[in-house]
Design a binder for this molecule. Structure first.
Ligand SMILES: Nc1nc2c(ncn2[C@@H]2O[C@H](COP(=O)(O)OP(=O)(O)OP(=O)(O)O)[C@@H](O)[C@H]2O)c(=O)[nH]1
Ligand SMILES: [Mg+2]
Length: 311
């Protein structure tokens, strides 16, 4: 708390500002992106029931009075990373932990798996305080086990705080925000108060389409699909968008398109509703499916799809 030491009272002096970066990390599917969206009160990062939904670092900026918290949502850390896209995702997660003011490690209720321990071990070298967010407590049946569980986790890492939350219902999320804010360094805000993310509308649109694919399709396909925006034209009340969906095999294309195009149509119509809300215009959305073998292990293809470390 060295940055918040008391200063002598002065007249007509602006209130001090606090601002810092906060990485939200954890294994896949624990609710990191849901938590970020709840904090922002707006959907910035896509979510689904399937692990490995988030593939990129996504920044969400929360400005409240003198506090600006710049959250970085990250892909779930995996121990196994055998293709180029998995290496990219793990790097996006672990690099976010390095240079931040606070780390929030999210876990699922009373679970502490080897993957959770693996993420905790990769946080260890950082000097930032680490807050443990025990998420999904709305689904916690044996509430009496929470306290002993918290005590048993005390030896895993030196936690700055351990806070049970529900990203879905919002339970205790304000307590988590308070615990984060009091650890932000005193400095001027980095972003204008109205800015909510660093990502472009184009990126958010591609992600919305990917979310609908993740949610609509079975277990195998979602991880083999990538979205590329080909055309994005804005007029006053209409945005015309064409997007390519890349899959790796003809069979995957068949499943994605569905009988008489039914699956693709449903994905397009769900995506259009969300995109219209985001852009606040009518949207004409055209989706095409193309096959490119092993795109997820092709460094050049990944770069052209926006999976590159510099952005
Ligand atoms: N009941 C309940 N479900 C939750 C909560 N938070 C997240 N979920 C659900 O958990 C699933 C995964 O949520 P995500 O936010 O996509 O998880 P993630 O950690 O970002 O996952 P990756 O991006 O794959 O690493 C979704 O079905 C969410 O609706 C919660 O507090 N309570
Ligand atoms: Mg996510």
């Amino acid at each position: 708390m060295k940055d918040q030491q008391k200063k002598p009272p002065q007249e007509n002096i602006a209130a001090p500002q606090y601002c810092g970066y906060v990485a939200i990390v954890g294994r896949p599917n624990v609710g990191k992106s849901t938590l970020l969206n709840k904090i922002l009160g707006q959907k910035i990062s896509i979510t689904s029931r399937k692990p490995q939904t988030t593939r990129h670092q996504v920044m969400g900026i929360d400005t409240h009075e003198q506090y600006q918290t710049v959250f970085v949502d990250t892909p779930g850390v995996q121990r196994k990373h055998d293709s180029a896209i998995h290496r990219y995702m793990n790097k996006a997660a672990t690099s976010a932990m390095l240079d931040v003011d606070v780390v929030v490690l999210v876990v699922d209720r009373l679970q502490w798996t080897e993957e959770d321990a693996f993420v905790a071990a990769s946080i260890k070298p950082t000097e930032a305080p680490v807050i443990l967010a025990i998420n999904k407590v709305d689904r916690l049946v044996e509430k009496a086990r929470l306290l002993p569980h918290i005590q048993s986790l005390a030896s895993e890492l030196s936690w700055a705080d351990i806070i049970p939350v529900s990203a879905k219902s919002g339970h205790n999320v304000d307590a988590l925000q308070g615990a984060i804010r009091k650890r932000l360094p005193e400095q001027a805000h980095f972003f204008p108060a109205e800015q909510i993310t660093d990502r472009s509308e184009r990126f958010l649109v591609a992600e919305i389409i990917r979310e609908k694919i993740m949610r609509a399709m079975g277990e195998e396909l979602p991880h083999k699909a990538a979205v590329e925006i080909e055309r994005f034209e804005s007029e006053a009340r209409l945005t015309t968008i064409s997007a390519l969906i890349w899959v790796e095999r003809d069979g995957q294309k068949k499943i994605l398109v569905g009988k008489s195009g039914a699956n693709l149509k449903a994905i397009g119509s769900e995506a259009r509703t969300d995109i219209e809300r985001l852009l606040d215009t009518k949207v004409m959305l055209k989706l095409w499916v193309k096959v490119k073998a092993s795109w997820s292990d092709d460094e050049r293809m990944l770069q052209s799809l926006g999976y590159s470390e510099t952005r």
